[in-house]
Write a protein that binds this ligand. Structure first.
Ligand code: NAD
Length: 432
């Protein structure tokens, strides 16, 4: 299902449409259509059996008009250059929607991390950082975790960078364990941010969250914590969850903390006592109030969008909905909370982590969560008010417009868009 859809082409088309709707110069579109820099690296890793295996990795630096490049590192066997470029473009847009002073970047290594031993994973993580070290730094490009990487991987990467530099530069990477400069609340941040946005969406659509039914695709960092928070803090009934091995369903609701324990013990959600097995396809089309796709790209497509029964789709994952599916969901009046808004809590708390690293002064978890809530509510309302005003955009279109307006203003005042700025100076300099 995922092969034939090119996420980079999708995001470029969406940018093109928004630039036209905003009546901006076509140079905005041309600049945002390609990353500013893309690095391809090879990483030789000594395997436990003494052989050397060479891995391929990428770092895409999409745009830094509003601040240093920022974005995660994905370890996955399907990683490819176009995917990394698309993910870096989404990061530029996401940071602008969240109104944080960053541009967008993303990295990836073609590997299934589950096939590596701990030692091999550490050597690969350190090797990747050595390869991209010339183009990263706390004021230049700041990686973070994504699919297949976690706090431990970030910690090895930060340590390798410290060895290269000769001193600790904690702000070079976010998503670190708290003991080495991580932020409290970072592990839950993407999911918590998604929940704040769902609460706002429930408020404006009149959906009562207590007792509302939820289905979550993907039971990793984002999906499992979002499911737990919606159940424990909002009183939602989580009917079904899934991971790459398949899904589980219980019409009376699953005990998410117990499913987490089961997954930690057995390696998958399958076989959870009292649940019925379902396929990922069946899971997406279950009757529910809120559907949270939190796995990978292109899961909701032209083929299954017509069968989706949720009232709200909150995109925990990046790019889970294809443009064709977007059109179908919009026609069917299903409210889609787009990735660049719904999962921006992760990068927002990454920003808080970086701020704390720069100051060397650390906040309480309560302070982090309160600040996150303010940011997410503000971002939702900016996007929602544009969506409500304009009849010709869905929530994704509105989010792109909010983002592109900010990025293009940054590029304009920096002089990247030609002589428009010069014309403004002349106008301002005219005697009254
Ligand atoms: P993760 O590796 O922790 O979890 C991914 C989950 O998806 C796993 O449970 C995996 O088994 C499952 N999965 C993979 N293929 C699947 C399939 N075909 N059907 C159902 N489940 C499948 O990754 P994560 O960090 O939770 O990221 C998930 C998504 O959220 C990605 O799109 C990522 O880019 C996005 N995201 C993550 C963060 C973050 O802070 N971690 C922030 C923003 C966006």
């Amino acid at each position: 299902m995922t092969q034939e859809i090119n996420s980079f082409e999708i995001v470029k088309n969406l940018i093109d449409t928004s630039v036209k709707k905003l009546n901006l110069s076509k140079s905005v579109c041309e600049i945002l259509s390609e990353p500013q820099r893309v690095l391809t690296v090879t990483i030789p890793v000594q395997m436990d059996d003494g052989s050397v295996k060479v891995f391929t990795g990428y770092r895409s630096q999409h745009n830094n008009a509003l601040g240093p490049y920022k974005g995660g590192i994905r370890f996955h066997h399907d990683v490819n250059l176009d995917e990394v470029k698309a993910l870096s473009t989404w990061m530029t847009l996401k940071c602008a929607v969240a109104n944080i002073p960053y541009g967008g970047g993303k990295g990836g290594v073609i590997v299934n991390p589950k096939t590596l031993s701990r030692g091999e994973l550490e050597r690969l993580s350190r090797g990747y950082i050595r390869a991209i070290a010339p183009v990263i730094g706390a004021d230049l490009d700041i990686p973070a975790p994504d699919v297949g990487t976690n706090g431990q991987v970030m910690s090895w990467m930060m340590d390798e960078f410290a060895r290269i530099r000769g001193y600790n530069e904690f702000g070079v990477i976010t998503g670190k364990p708290v003991i080495v400069g991580g932020s409290l609340g970072r592990v839950e941040a993407t999911s918590r941010g998604c929940v704040f946005v769902i609460r706002e969406a429930a408020r404006v659509t009149g959906l009562k969250l207590k007792g509302a039914t939820v289905v979550v695709q993907g039971f990793g960092n984002v999906g499992s914590i979002a499911a737990r928070l919606l159940q424990q803090e909002d009183g939602c009934r989580v009917l079904a969850v899934s991971d790459s091995t398949g899904g589980i369903y219980n019409p009376n609701g699953l005990d998410i903390a117990a499913v987490e324990e089961h997954k930690a013990r057995t390696g998958s959600v399958k076989g959870f006592p009292g649940s019925k097995e379902i396929s990922n396809e069946e899971l997406l089309t279950l009757e529910c109030d809120i559907l949270v796709p939190a796995a990978l790209e292109n899961q909701i497509t032209g083929q299954n969008a017509g069968k989706i029964k949720a009232k709200i789709v909150a995109e925990g994952a990046n790019g889970p909905t294809t443009p064709e599916a977007d059109r179908i969901l919009a026609e069917r009046k299903i409210l889609v909370l787009p990735d660049v808004l719904a999962n921006s809590g992760g990068v927002t708390v990454s920003y808080f982590e970086w701020v704390q690293n720069q100051y060397g002064y650390y906040w309480s978890e309560e302070e982090v969560n309160n600040r996150l809530e303010r940011k997410m509510v503000e971002a939702f309302n900016n996007v929602y008010s544009l969506y409500s005003k304009r009849k010709d955009v869905d929530m994704r279109g509105a989010a792109y417009m909010v983002a592109i307006e900010r990025i293009s203003e940054g590029m304009r005042v920096r002089g990247w868009l030609g002589n428009q700025m010069y014309a403004d100076i002349k106008r301002e300099a005219k005697p009254a």
